[in-house]
Design a protein around this ligand. Structure first.
Ligand code: ATP
Ligand code: MG
Length: 299
């Protein structure tokens, strides 16, 4: 691959997604020399360059083909798509995978002292948000006639500052809303980080590299969700023990030196073992029960 054939991936430079993005690239086996001040980081073991930018720029960079892949919150992606479509620009990307980080929801909120409100209350009100297109789409569908006030930051202080009556902002735990005396209402979008690809990507080398990375991504996710379970079980209760174990895979049975009544059982489970199940296994005579994390998996 020549240097301009290097796969370009856009990630957030610094913010809520950047640590998880860097960890994911590492788990995929991409070695990077990420020096804080650098915009572009070159992989030392794969023909990959990582561009570190503001998250708002990621959808556009991928849609315009400046980058081949991008990792961005669905909230930012949906907003950018609506904004670009409105301006007649290309707004298409291929969503390759939802990722298991960056979870948040875009929700309405208003001052707590007003108490619970129905959708009707929003008519004639001013709602502050960083996501005007998503909010306007919601208001249109809910038939609410409200004024959208666009703010790029500190949305949660808008009601107190007299800039708006309510807000539409990202929430994960709800602590920020609570700290600002706001009550949470309808969720208008659920969001996760996602991996997106430029729709016109045709370079065979880049596509081959993406096809190599995607099974690794699946393996990382499966490994996170799976556990390796080991225990000693009485041969006489083996079927009862197996019935208690989560997952559908066949366990491996190994003889135990000097003990003909017990076997060692090993299995990969698609979920963890709860304490309750471990206690039930114990009452069946199982012992030495170990539940271990798995680092990588390939089926
Ligand atoms: P940038 O400087 O890159 O523009 P930002 O300030 O716009 O950063 P961050 O606050 O770092 O963005 O959030 C990045 C993304 O993290 C959000 O767009 C969203 O997808 C996700 N996210 C997860 N939880 C939250 C949360 N509680 N509040 C805000 N964003 C969250
Ligand atoms: Mg941003």
């Amino acid at each position: 691959m020549s240097s301009n054939n290097r796969l370009r991936i856009a990630i957030q430079k610094s913010g809520r997604l950047s640590k998880d993005c860097q960890a994911l690239l590492k788990q995929l086996g991409i070695k990077l020399n990420l020096r804080e001040e650098r915009l572009i980081a070159h992989s030392t073991n794969m023909p990959i360059d990582v561009l570190r930018v503001r998250d708002d720029d990621i959808p556009g960079l991928v849609m315009d083909g400046v980058c081949d892949l991008g990792i961005v919150g669905e909230n930012v992606l949906v907003e950018a798509q609506a904004e670009r479509a409105k301006g007649g620009q290309n707004a298409e990307v291929q969503k390759l995978s939802a990722l298991d980080f960056g979870y948040c929801r875009l929700a309405l909120a208003w001052p707590q002292e007003l108490g619970p409100q129905t959708q009707n209350w929003f008519n004639g009100k001013r709602i502050a948000t960083t996501y005007p297109q998503i909010l306007k789409d919601y208001l249109r569908r809910a038939n609410i006639d409200a004024k959208v006030v666009v703010l790029t930051g500190s949305v949660e202080v808008a009601p107190r500052a007299g800039l708006a009556d309510a807000i539409c902002d990202l929430v994960s735990t709800g602590a920020t809303l609570e700290a600002n005396g706001l009550m949470q209402g309808d969720t208008i979008l659920e969001s996760n980080a996602c991996l997106i690809q430029n729709t016109n990507l045709s370079c065979p080398d880049k596509l081959a590299l993406i096809n190599k990375l995607l099974p690794r991504l699946k393996g990382v996710r499966q490994a996170k969700e799976s556990k390796y379970i080991m225990l000693h079980a009485p041969k006489a209760r083996l079927s009862e023990v197996c019935q208690l174990l989560p997952g559908t895979g066949q366990p491996t049975l190994l003889a135990l030196a000097g003990n003909d009544d017990m076997v060692a059982l090993h299995m990969v489970s698609s979920e963890t073992l709860f304490w309750e199940t471990m206690e039930e296994l114990k009452t069946l005579g199982a012992s030495s029960i170990l539940v271990m994390p798995i680092e990588k998996m390939m089926e």
